[in-house]
Design a protein around this ligand. Structure first.
Ligand code: PEP
Length: 256
């Protein structure tokens, strides 16, 4: 049985103090019983990882980063290593977000190196895949997602695949207010499971957690999270609003 995961990607928002405030507000609005049913993950900026880690101590909420270096350490100005992320309490790291793919030119090969480095250090990668609007309109989205998965997961052994969380995020739905219909999302989640079965095996396909991301909010979360094969959500905008984010967590916890 896959436990749902609701992850908040705070992106490049909030100062150190505001991150602490938001974390505390979210904690105060999430009920303990909901955390038994749903895992919750907060991904602030690098600068605020420490203060958010302190705020979530003993709550059962987890901490994640938004990026990672594929190198161990050394003369790489501005980069952050897996070891540093672990030292500040991270359990997860978002890798391959479409904003990093498009603005920072991260290729599938670079993303693969980052996923491998995260796994080497026992950090769970939240590996983002998804097609652009043109790719959807041209109906080549399945091929794009298969390539992202195949190249992103290259060299990751079957014993480690259960540590990877996949986030299906259609680029056209991120921060746009548009979102895939529950049917569209369920179709791609099922397609992703088929690719995982092809690359690994049936057990891996059944066990892997696949989140949906793209303009999820408190109003559409119930229909999206109830769709077949959707194990949770990666949330940008609504994760900055404590009332909305905690409502989504509650919704996820109530879905059978
Ligand atoms: C995201 O950043 O991963 C995301 C899905 O953003 P939003 O919820 O704002 O569309």
């Amino acid at each position: 049985m896959r436990k749902k995961l609701i992850a908040g990607n705070w992106k490049m928002n909030l100062t150190y103090k505001d991150s602490e405030k938001l974390a505390k507000e979210i904690i105060s609005k999430i009920e303990k019983k909901d955390l038994n049913k749903t895992d919750v993950l907060l991904c602030p900026t690098f600068v605020s990882l420490g203060i958010v880690n302190k705020a979530i101590k003993d709550t059962g909420i987890s901490l994640g980063a938004q990026n990672i270096s594929y190198e161990n350490n050394g003369a790489l100005t501005g980069e952050i290593s897996a070891e540093i992320l672990k030292s500040v309490g991270c359990e997860y790291v978002i890798i391959g977000h479409s904003e990093r793919r498009s603005y920072f030119h991260e290729s599938n090969a670079v993303i693969n190196k980052k996923i491998r480095k995260a796994i080497e250090f026992d950090l769970k990668p939240v590996f983002c895949v998804g097609e652009s609007l043109v790719e959807r309109e041209d109906e080549i989205y399945e091929g794009i997602i298969e390539k992202q998965l195949t190249e992103g997961l290259a060299g990751i052994e079957s014993g480690k695949i259960a540590e990877v969380i996949i986030a299906y995020e259609p680029v056209w739905a991120i921060g746009t207010g548009l979102n895939a219909t529950p049917e569209q999302a369920a179709q791609i989640h099922s397609f992703i499971r088929k690719i995982i079965q092809k690359l690994y095996n049936e057990k891996a396909a059944n066990e892997i957690l696949i989140l949906y991301g793209g303009s999820v909010n408190e109003n559409n979360s119930e229909s999206i999270l109830s769709a077949k094969g959707i194990d949770g959500a990666l949330i940008g905008g609504a994760s900055l609003k404590p009332d909305d984010f905690s409502k989504i967590v509650r919704t996820a916890a109530q879905i059978k």
